[in-house]
Design a protein around this ligand. Structure first.
Ligand code: AMP
Ligand code: GLY
Length: 427
């Protein structure tokens, strides 16, 4: 089968790496991909939001499956576009309909969905610009900290945790009146702050059944010890030590099953990944957010731990036979360390040459996944904030991080920075 993967980050390199290992995958294309994905298949210079361009390409290259990496094409209805087209409808799209992608694309929708299906989450209220005065009154008497969430997609920046009523009201006004997040902020969800430890739970569903992939924990802050500004992710570990069988059973019974059954009961077409951001409060799981895709950098530890043939899992999604399969995962600990551009998550330079990529692998057979890279002539240069993700396996978190660090020490580009403490709380 000819497969087209959409996206260009570390997540897509990890997916491409995994897809390319399947005997069902006879050709793999990545649009637009990065310097790393070009080693797993053929990069195609196409924008994942250019649905007409994708149509022409899929028809010409006899594509049988499209795997959607990022959320935006899904929220904008790529699965519906394929399903509605007489030529494209036979192509399997891994990723939900726009209706299903609202789990990520609209915080207000996802909160109401959770309420309808009694899925545990922070208590909340939703406000539009017309309800500004009422919202301000609500914020002024709310417990602190209080969490403000822009309803729509805001490139991962739409969540603000406010420590005082003055800050909360100012941010609230900026979102609803000042257009801080554009249209995404036309509605604001105000919710209770939950205190606990977070993990990322990944579910693959065929719309009726589901399988739970290995869970992971990501590290969002730029600085060691989880300090400094938020980033797109500085590293991840899998498995997560506190996600033991008893806790994961609660996640399954209270969150995953009602989510999948809820989607089915509401007739929402969903064939793809559900990424559930879970927080453990005391001994109980609560949903922080849903995403309609895999996580980044979590995918860079989840895919390497997954022993199943990924294309076989996807074919079972098509046939709605996921209940016949079981996830098999590597028992070892996988850890990924993300190397970023100097200055990130603020302003940074692009186009800096990267050296040391072709060194012999570390003891555990580390994998260097590319994120923001591109090929320029014979060299590979930086092309984003997050540049590389080095994944290693070991019996302990400490050894896995150490192996990745050893690989990264031999890689150089001007301004390279990475955290050396990924998984620190589990050491
Ligand atoms: P999101 O953009 O939804 O991923 O949210 C970003 C981050 O904000 C999450 O990963 C959490 O760390 C934090 N967060 C969101 N909602 C809450 C909440 N209700 N309580 C505590 N932290 C939250
Ligand atoms: N690692 C969090 C995300 O992908 O949204």
């Amino acid at each position: 089968m000819h497969i087209l993967l959409l996206g260009s980050g570390g997540r897509e390199h990890a997916l491409a790496w995994k897809l390319a290992q399947s005997s069902h995958c006879t050709r793999l294309f990545i649009a637009p991909g990065n310097a790393g994905t070009s080693r797993c298949g053929q990069n195609v210079d196409l924008n994942p939001l250019d649905f007409e361009g994708l149509k022409t390409f899929c028809t010409r290259e006899d594509i049988g499956m499209v795997v959607v990496g990022p959320e935006e094409p899904l929220v904008r209805g790529i699965a519906d576009f394929f399903a509605a087209d007489p030529v494209l409808k036979k192509i399997l799209v891994i990723g939900p309909s726009a209706s299903g992608a609202r789990l990520e694309g609209s915080k207000a929708f996802s909160k109401k969905f959770m309420a309808r299906h009694s899925i545990p989450t922070a208590t909340y209220r939703e406000f539009s610009a017309a309800e500004l005065a009422e919202g301000i009154g609500y914020l002024q008497q709310h417990s602190l900290p209080v969490v403000l969430k822009a309803d729509g997609l805001a490139a991962g920046k739409g969540v603000i945790i406010c420590q005082s009523p003055i800050e909360a009201v100012a941010e609230f006004e900026l979102m609803l009146q000042g257009n801080k997040f554009g249209e995404a902020g036309n509605k604001v969800v105000v919710e209770e702050f939950l205190t606990g430890i977070e993990l990322s739970v990944f579910v693959l569903t065929d719309g009726r059944h589901f399988l739970t992939l290995p869970e992971a924990k990501d590290y969002k802050r730029i600085g060691e010890g989880d300090t400094g500004p938020n980033t797109g992710g500085m590293g991840a570990v899998s498995p997560v030590p506190f996600a033991d069988a008893a806790f994961m059973k609660k996640v399954t019974d209270r969150i995953i099953i009602p989510t999948v059954k809820g989607l089915e009961a509401e007739d929402i077409d969903y064939k793809g990944f559900i990424f559930i951001g879970v927080i453990k409060v005391g001994d109980d799981p609560y949903v922080i957010e849903y995403n309609c895709r895999m996580g980044d950098p979590e995918t860079e530890v989840v895919m390497p731990r997954l022993k199943n043939d990924l294309v076989e899992l996807f074919l079972a999604v098509r046939d709605q036979t996921l209940d016949k399969l079981q996830i098999v995962s590597d028992d070892r600990i996988a850890c990924t360390v993300v190397a970023v551009s100097g200055g990130y998550p603020g302003a940074y330079e692009k186009g800096l040459p990267i050296t040391g990529l072709d060194q012999p692998p570390a003891r555990s057979g580390s994998i260097v996944f590319h994120a923001g890279t591109r090929t320029e002539g014979d060299s590979i240069v930086t092309n984003g904030g997050r540049v590389l993700c080095v994944t290693s396996f070991a019996e302990t978190v400490y050894e896995a991080v150490d192996d990745s660090r050893e690989v990264l020490e031999k890689i150089y580009y001007e301004g390279i920075y990475y955290r050396r403490d990924i998984g620190y709380e589990f050491l």
